[in-house]
Design a protein around this ligand. Structure first.
Ligand SMILES: Cc1cc2nc3c(=O)[nH]c(=O)nc-3n(C[C@H](O)[C@H](O)[C@H](O)COP(=O)(O)OP(=O)(O)OC[C@H]3O[C@@H](n4cnc5c(N)ncnc54)[C@H](O)[C@@H]3O)c2cc1C
Length: 516
């Protein structure tokens, strides 16, 4: 539950959209807020590594380097790895791990490059798996074998073409590896679980550059850890085998309310949502949209018909009591629904990619900061009011920043698993909360700082650290991150880390330690 909220004093500021809460960003790149210089000069022979690879090695003198080093979050524009290895095979990954270890340089695995903390970049060697992106569906066994570098929109498109679905997240350019290793919350989660719950088997290259398949029979401890333990910890994944599910009829809805109804809406949504069937996933958004005002809405995805959805929505609408400002409800196919969730409806699949990294891509990178928490049980009326006040607080102190809070429904299949069944511990939550703000190239640094101050204030005064935080919304500013992400599973994760990465080859600011 949320703690009592004290409204803090924040610096005044200037707004962009809160697109992170709605899919993917479409803005141009802002200035860097984080930077590293190139690591120390070395005598290592990069060309030897490049020549040995099936894929390609990019070093700072190569023309593509300036873009290849970029992550999705534009605030990490200052990160400069010594080289980026586009691995085309698991053998390439092993070569890279061997090389980095032999030369004692840092290494970081990268799939889609959407780490909130920038942890798929480093000052040494970036081991990029994006060229391993094939998706093969077996409709007899209802499984899909997915290369670790596949982007979500391509995974959905390939699996959807076989009338199957994999539960996953919203942003089309998120990499399957980062998503699946840390959990994977999405619109089919209540019905089919997290993305990580659907992992049957993973191929990885471990810290000693060995190829390993972790499944229920072999390396079961590693499979357990990789189902929610977070990316970048135990090895470099090269391929996943997922369970996939028959595609249901899909209906989407959005109910947008006047801001004056926001407190009632938030309270009604929590009470209503817990009584809904697994087929209905929903979220509740409270956003400051800068000069455009506020947004208060409940939206969701239902595995069923529009008429069945209408019946389910009826008690929510009654509990809110006022007529919505707008009301959308419509059938969609799976891909169409995922494109809407991704913020690229009506575009081709090719266009639902980043323009910086994919030919034909129409989406832009985004600059943002975020923080997550959980709700264990329906909040009191006073707490609901305090949450709404927190969004008002963002607008009054940083009026040009877009941001706010989104509550994502948990429950259903997610909560039916025990907290120790996989490394993903958050199995008793009513909802996940994500707070975020984003900015553009033109946002003054003082305004960006005001947003950061708001997030910090929120973390200290509104969010209850005891409820945990979502490891895929990895938060470099979270102090007690080990227990927040992993709770009672931390000890077991530490043992798996010590076994498979005893020399801490895969290390970053919030990597799982080898001992406590
Ligand atoms: C716009 C946006 C929308 C999002 N929406 C959702 C959502 O709806 N649901 C949800 O659950 N999450 C969502 N996320 C969060 C997302 O799941 C995480 O940021 C995830 O870690 C990104 O994975 P990636 O592969 O793109 O990132 P990367 O930055 O490439 O990797 C993330 C982490 O995993 C490690 N890693 C990458 N590849 C490998 C590999 N092959 N083997 C081992 N480790 C690896 C990296 O080193 C890094 O530590 C969203 C993020 C963004 C930016």
């Amino acid at each position: 539950m949320l703690q009592g909220l004290k409204i803090g004093t924040l610096a005044a500021g200037a707004v962009v959209s809160a697109s992170l809460l709605e899919g993917c960003g479409t803005q141009s790149a802002p200035p860097s807020t984080t930077s590293t210089t190139l690591g120390p000069p070395t005598t290592m022979n990069w060309s030897t590594l490049g020549a040995a690879m099936d894929g390609t090695l990019v070093v700072p003198s190569d023309p593509g380097y300036a873009v290849d080093r970029l992550l999705y979050n534009a605030k990490f524009v200052g990160l400069h790895p010594r080289a980026i290895a586009y691995c085309a095979s698991a053998d390439d990954v092993a070569r890279c791990i061997d090389f980095a270890t032999a030369h004692a340089i840092n290494q970081a695995a990268r799939s889609g490059g959407h780490s909130y903390g920038g942890y798929s970049n480093c000052d040494g060697l970036v081991i990029d798996v994006s060229r391993m992106s094939s998706v093969v569906v077996d409709t007899r066994s209802n499984t899909a074998t997915v290369g670790a570098g596949a982007q979500l929109i391509d995974v959905y498109n390939a699996i959807g073409s076989h009338n199957r679905l994999l539960p996953g997240g919203s942003c089309p350019s998120v990499g399957i590896a980062g998503l699946a290793l840390g959990g994977g919350i999405g619109v089919f989660g209540r019905k089919y679980g997290l993305t990580s719950d659907n992992v049957q088997s993973i191929d990885l290259v471990t810290a000693d550059a060995q190829h390993v398949t972790a499944n229920g029979r072999d390396h079961a401890d590693l499979l357990w850890a990789c189902r929610g333990g977070g990316g970048g910890n135990f090895g470099v994944a090269t391929s996943f085998e997922f369970s996939v599910h028959p595609m249901p009829e899909v209906t989407l809805f959005t109910l947008r309310y006047a801001w004056s109804a926001a407190v009632t809406m938030l309270g009604a949504w929590q009470e209503w949502m817990v009584s809904m069937p697994d087929e209905l996933w929903s979220n509740c958004q409270l956003l400051s949209e800068g000069p455009s005002g506020y947004l208060a809405q409940v939206s969701g995805v239902f595995c069923g018909s529009p008429s069945a959805l209408d019946s389910l929505l009826s008690p929510l609408r009654s509990a809110i009591g006022t007529a919505p400002l707008s009301n959308f409800r419509g059938s969609n196919d799976y891909i169409g629904a995922m494109q809407i969730e991704a913020g690229c409806p009506g575009l081709t699949i090719a266009a639902c990619h980043l323009s910086s990294h994919s030919p034909g891509g129409k989406l832009s990178r985004e600059a943002y900061s975020a923080k997550s928490s959980y709700v264990d049980a329906p909040m009191t009326a006073m707490q609901n009011a305090q949450i709404v006040e927190a969004v008002v607080n963002l607008k009054s102190h940083a009026p040009s920043i877009g941001g706010g809070l989104a509550f994502d429904a948990y429950g259903g299949a997610i909560n039916r698993m025990n907290s120790d069944q996989t490394a993903f511990v958050h199995r008793d939550k009513l909802a996940g909360i994500q707070a975020t703000y984003s900015w553009s190239t033109y946002t003054p640094t003082s305004v960006i700082a005001a947003g950061e101050e708001w997030l910090t204030w929120l973390g200290n005064n509104v969010f209850n650290p005891q409820t945990g935080a979502y490891q895929n919304y990895i938060d470099p500013n979270l102090s007690d991150w080990q227990s927040a992400y992993y709770g009672s599973n931390l000890d077991r994760l530490v043992k798996v880390k010590a076994k498979y990465d005893p020399d801490d080859v895969f290390s970053f600011a919030q990597s799982i330690p080898r001992s406590l």
